[in-house]
Design a protein around this ligand. Sequence first.
Ligand SMILES: [Zn+2]
Length: 231
Amino acid sequence: MNAFTTDSALREIPWLLHGFGTRRFGEADLSALAAAHGLRPVLLGQIHSAAVLAVTDALPDGTPGDALITDTPGLLLVIKTADCLPLFLVDEERRAIAAVHAGWRGTAIGIAAAAVAALRERFDSRPGDLWAAMGPCIGPGCYEVGRDVAEPHPGRPEWGKALRPVAGSPDRFTLDLPAANRARLEAEGVPASRISAAGVCTHCSPDLLSWRRDRRTDARLYNFIGIRPKD
Ligand SMILES: [Zn+2]
């Protein structure tokens, strides 16, 4: 078994390094991988916001935010997850990337759209040029939520397609995070054919970490994407 998985479209881009970590890929492994490729890790103090930070260097510990964008070679953008959705965006034309942390809160407040907008504003990225790759997260079969989660943001395009009522429980719903984020990305102009999802549930996979299953507050999967440094 590999320590991390990769996306089939992003694998074909030679200047990119990326992966979605398993439980066997810890912080020391991340540091070793980054060093081996001449990359500096950039981590956030993730707070379930829609804040997108453009970076040209590593950040001070605990810098709040939930998405990183860059066109600087030599940085490894890191998103930590344990059921939340890690999402990568890649502009192959302009060599710009985004790493996004999308739990239900971030999804509800449109973090994916915020990242697309930030890439456009900062790097002139066209949504039609983007690749979007979603890693493992808690799947809809394992992710039951209440009416508080289901209804805080009526009218958001992604919510309708991603929520399903639970039979016999009027106040319970299942939430499909990848479907919600896919719908939002498509609404922002990212072509459906350029959006992929790992389709792996963290809660069902012993190889992955799930906060809902394990209740370990500190354990996270490390998901990473970076532009390889020039020789
Ligand atoms: Zn599951």
